[in-house]
Design a protein around this ligand. Sequence first.
Ligand code: SF4
Length: 362
Amino acid sequence: MNDNRINELETLALDNKTIPNHLADAVISDPTLSLLSLLNAAYNIRYKHWNNTVQVHIINNAQNGGCPEDCNYCAQAKTSDSEIEKYRLKPDEESINEAKRAYENGAHRYCMVSSGREPSEKRIKELCQTIQSIKKEVPVEVCLSAGFMSDSHAKQLKKAGLDRLNHNLNTSENHYSKICTTHTFQDRMNTLLAAKKNNLDICSGMIVGMGESNEDIIKVASQLKELKAPSIPINFLVPIAGTLIDKMTNLTPEKCLRILCLFRFINPKAELRVAAGRELHLRSMEAMAFYPANSIFLDGYLNTTGENAAKVYQMIKDAGFNIKSTKDIDALIEKHKEEVTKSPITLKTKSELRPSICQTFN
Ligand code: SF4
């Protein structure tokens, strides 16, 4: 019985067919569906599209804090009292240096993120300038997350050379008003549609652990399939002190892995990223995430620190995977081995948020 359902999931996903709701729900909630068998099936699909490579992304928090929106999970929201380092948009040179640093540290993609509801015309021009400069100087893919995008802004960013636009759905339409009141799910969807209309690759995912139901998770995974999202980050809530959702939820490593498998079955071809919260919620099961997922963030997240890069690269290597990079994984392990791993809910310091102006660049 179990094997039949797993075989059916694998066959449907390998053929990029729709996963029926009862099977999708079983992946997350039926303990008789063995986790190891699910991971094995998810791995077969991941291997077909991505082989054994892991894509490494490094985030640059290009502007921090002061957002007028009220996303309950976010340390930059107007409703948050989190003690984050706030700053305006980093100058061009600083972002270019951080893109160089990300590339030298093994990143395949460099993701610039700026807080705020939507960029002004002036901000779009600044971002276009920065993107052009990075593309000229650093052989790295560039992603941007900068709030809502109009058709015209998406067009300008595409012309400047942007590779991908990130805008997460975060949760289902049904659950959206419980995590934010200043904008709607449809507002987020409109940005993704504007990006697609202008031939920008979209990156969009969810944050799990904000009180959503299994049905909400399945809905988001299915909507991303409808959008044909080529890149899907799955975040597990990192409850930051001072935000409106500052308590740990009941996510377990097993549930997190089942959710990653579900996203792989529903979106077989996507670059599936195990994103924020992997250290906190997967714990000793972290390496298992590479069976469904083929992408990862390194060096922490927007305002919280991550694991020591050497530990992450060693984990990738030990699990039998390699990174998509011109850099050698052993050399990267050696380079980062002195770094210290901090607790997974530690806020980044100024030197972690702005390394190129606070440390010697190497
Ligand atoms: S719009 Fe973005 S930066 Fe602003 S509060 Fe929401 S998640 Fe945070």
